[in-house]
Design a protein around this ligand. Structure first.
Ligand code: ZN
Length: 501
């Protein structure tokens, strides 16, 4: 490593320490902090974040970055050195394009919007939230202008979560997916519904749910010397270094499958972070390639692995032994069909893997129209309901389970939603290749054996950290563009068997 890159790397350590320290405070706030700690905690977080921001936008960093750029100008694009410089530049440009006053205004607007959203959702009433959402949309229009874009203002926002991806690319991907999904959803709707009432009918002891999720985490390769699991109402994964990556889950007596799939989902995110090489520690390379690539890891473990028949061949006898009374009459086949039941519903986070992407199409289309002014904020509930009718054939009974269900907009965020579906798409591309490279991968699941799959993911995805964009990584490792067909093939094969299509 050249001496200027070395200096740059040394400089980046301290702001990264501040951000990780802030992450610890965030984790504590979500998991353990008593109610009245909130005020002091916001001050502490604001201080740490603003110190990190100062260091990451400083003239000193600018100088170090320019010197390092000069030093690596003939170094290979995929080298650690050139990648460190490139990714640092991307973050520096994004941060310095946004004025400090804007950041402060955004923080105020989103704090108020969040409070208004929580109230509005509780009362199922959009009216009180509308003026706040207007401010959020206005902020995002301005944010896109500060960041700059060539074709569509949405490009600027999307780029924050999915570097390099353009709105037109997402539109093309989603259009392919839509075309394939619509007939599948219709064919499934013509079949008899699967009975999954055995979940909601009985209470499933939550301590046993906890024990089962801990067993799953251990088996998939999550290292408890480098992480821990706790409980949180909205499960998440958070990392403080490559050797301390924590997950959370939620335990609901009448939805034991929620704990199982939350844990596996967050476990998939955590395995990604834990697989990032130690050499990237305290630099911007010590993270996932993008939100979409991150979601590809959580979804691959959640759907392709933990919703497979092979997986439950091994785990159903164990799970059933935890709940012998509740599951007395439910055989493996019935259980497998129940956890894969497809049913259009209002709530995104509870959607099955087939209809899930429909929820994303709705949000992506609305966000674009809000940003360009095609859709007025006051008309969001009506537009939302029209799209639910179009994509899922259902109309939400109220805005609480309609346009008020997600937290993202009230955090001031637009451009995030597409990354969920991009993650689903990439997960299927990766899994198709993994099945070719490890032909007995599903026989191994049926023996509770996941190490070969994890090793494969470590090599193909995790070992690169944030060096490449998702498109670069998929091209490099799979020799493909990001494309919807493998996801459609996977679903077609799986649901043909489940629903006898
Ligand atoms: Zn996720």
């Amino acid at each position: 490593m050249g001496k200027n890159v070395e200096k740059l790397k040394a400089y980046l350590g301290r702001p990264n320490d501040l951000l990780y320290a802030a992450a610890v405070l965030n984790w504590d706030q979500e998991v353990y902090m008593p109610l009245e700690g909130v005020e002091a905690r916001s001050e502490q977080l604001a201080t740490l974040n603003s110190l990190a921001h100062q260091m990451l936008t400083s003239d000193e960093l600018k100088g170090l970055l320019e010197a390092a750029e000069e030093e690596v100008k003939d170094t290979a694009y995929d080298s650690d050195e050139a990648s460190l410089v490139r990714i640092t530049r991307r973050g520096f440009d994004q941060r310095t394009k946004i004025p400090t006053e804007f950041v402060e205004e955004e923080s105020r607007v989103s704090t108020q919007a969040f409070v208004a959203w929580r109230e509005a959702r509780k009362n199922k009433s959009y009216a009180g939230y509308q003026p706040h959402l207007e401010k959020v949309i206005d902020l995002n229009i301005r944010r896109a202008d500060y960041l700059g874009y060539e074709e569509h203002p949405y490009d600027a926002l999307l780029d924050l979560f999915e570097p390099g991806m353009k709105t037109t690319q997402v539109e093309a991907l989603f259009s392919d997916l839509k075309t394939g999904l619509k007939p599948l959803v219709r064919e499934i709707a013509d079949k008899d519904s699967i009975d999954d009432t055995f979940f909601s009918k009985d209470a499933y002891n939550t301590e046993r749910q906890w024990d089962f999720t801990m067993l799953l985490l251990r088996d998939i390769g999550y290292d408890f010397n480098r992480g821990r699991q706790d409980k949180a109402p909205h499960p998440f994964t958070i990392n403080f270094s490559t050797k301390d990556v924590r997950v959370t889950t939620r335990l609901l007596p009448h939805r034991p499958q929620s704990a199982v799939f939350s844990t596996i989902h967050e476990g998939g995110h955590a395995l990604y972070e834990l697989g990032i090489p130690e050499k990237f520690e305290r630099t911007p390379l010590a993270q996932g390639a993008s939100l979409g690539m991150h979601e590809s890891q959580s979804r691959l473990w959640e759907n392709q692995v933990a919703r497979s028949k092979a997986f439950w061949k091994y785990y159903y006898p164990i799970f059933r032994a935890f709940y012998p009374e509740q599951l007395a009459d439910i055989d493996l086949d019935h259980f497998y069909r129940a956890i894969n039941k497809v049913q259009p519903d209002f709530i995104r986070v509870e959607a099955d893997e087939v209809t899930y992407n429909m929820h994303i199409f709705v949000r992506f289309e609305l966000e674009k129209d809000l940003l360009t002014g095609v859709l007025a904020v006051k008309d969001v509930p009506e537009a939302w309901n029209t799209k639910y009718q179009e994509y899922l054939g259902i109309i939400p009974p109220d805005d609480g389970v309609g346009c008020l269900q997600d937290v993202h907009w009230s955090h001031g965020t637009l451009g995030y939603f597409p990354t969920y579906t991009i993650g689903n798409i990439i997960s299927a591309q990766l899994y198709a290749q993994a099945r070719q490279d490890i032909p007995d991968v599903e026989d191994l699941f049926a023996q509770g054996e996941f190490a070969p799959l994890l090793t494969w993911l470590r090599k193909r995805v995790h070992s690169h950290g944030a060096k490449f964009t998702s498109a670069e990584l998929v091209e490099r490792e799979l020799g493909q563009k990001i494309q919807a067909q493998p996801l459609l093939d996977y679903m077609r094969e799986k649901y043909t068997e489940i629903y006898d299509l």
